[in-house]
Design a binder for this molecule. Structure first.
Ligand code: FES
Length: 209
C-alpha cells in the first residue's frame, strides 16, 4: 500500500542531502552579505523573515500611520486625532497600497505628537508636517517603549529609568541615562494625509538592541 506523505517523487532520500547542501550554501551567502552590512539576527530563520516580510520592514516613504491597538486599531491617524501640545499617540506605519501594517517588529512603533510649529527648533520643524512630529517609540537606553508624557514640561518620558526627551528639539535628552536622542522619522502631508517622508534619522533601538 502506498503512503502519501506530501513529498514529490524527486524528493527521494538520495536527493535530499544535495538539496540541503544547496539551501545551506544559499543561506550562508545571504547571511555573509547581511553581516557585511552590519545586520544582526538572532537566528538564520529570523534573518529570512526580516528580509521577506513587509510587516517587519522599516517604514518606507509614502507609508501612512495607523492606530496600533484598541478600538481604532488599523485606522489612519490624522492630525485631528493628535491634541495640540501632546500627549503622544502611538502608531504603526502602514503601506497604503498593500494595506500591510508594519507591526511585525517592535522597532517600528512610532510616536506622533502635534505642536505649534513656532515651539519647535528649526531642525525639528524641517522634519515635521503641519506641526506633527514622529519619533521612534523605542528608548535609546535599554529599549523600553517610551510610553509616558510629562504634561507640564511637554516632554516624552521613559518610565523604565526616567529618561526625558524633548520632542520640540529633535527628542534631545533632557534628563536620565539614555545616551542619545530618539531617532526622528521625517513626515509630510500628502493629500491631507500624514505620510512618511524619509528614513529614521538614526539607529532605532536601545544600547544593546
Ligand atoms: S530604557 Fe528608557 S530610560 Fe532606560
Amino acid at each position: 500500500m502506498g503512503l502519501a506523505d506530501g513529498t514529490s517523487s524527486d524528493d527521494s532520500p538520495r536527493r535530499r542531502p544535495r538539496d540541503s547542501r544547496e539551501r545551506t550554501q544559499g543561506r550562508r551567502a545571504f547571511l555573509t552579505a547581511a553581516l557585511g552590512l552590519g545586520l544582526c539576527f538572532s537566528s538564520p530563520e529570523g534573518a529570512f523573515a526580516l528580509a521577506d516580510d513587509p510587516r517587519t520592514a522599516r517604514p518606507r516613504v509614502g507609508d501612512v500611520f495607523v492606530f496600533p491597538f484598541g478600538e481604532r486599531e488599523g485606522q489612519i491617524v490624522t492630525p485631528a486625532d493628535l491634541p495640540l501640545g501632546g500627549p503622544q499617540q502611538q502608531a504603526y506605519p502602514m503601506d497604503p497600497s498593500a494595506k500591510v501594517v508594519r507591526n511585525g517588529s517592535a522597532l517600528n512603533l512610532v510616536l506622533l505628537i502635534r505642536f505649534d510649529p513656532a515651539e519647535m527648533t528649526d531642525e525639528t520643524r524641517a522634519l515635521a508636517a503641519d506641526g506633527v512630529v514622529a519619533y521612534s517609540a523605542v528608548c535609546t537606553h535599554q529599549g523600553c517603549p517610551v510610553s509616558m508624557w510629562q504634561a507640564q514640561a511637554k516632554n516624552l518620558f521613559c518610565a523604565c529609568h526616567a529618561t526625558q526627551f524633548d520632542p520640540r528639539d529633535h527628542a534631545r535628552v533632557v534628563d536620565g541615562p539614555a545616551p542619545r536622542r530618539l531617532p526622528m522619522l521625517p513626515v509630510r502631508m500628502t493629500n491631507g494625509v500624514l505620510t512618511v517622508a524619509g528614513e529614521f534619522t538614526g539607529r532605532v533601538g536601545g544600547e544593546r538592541l
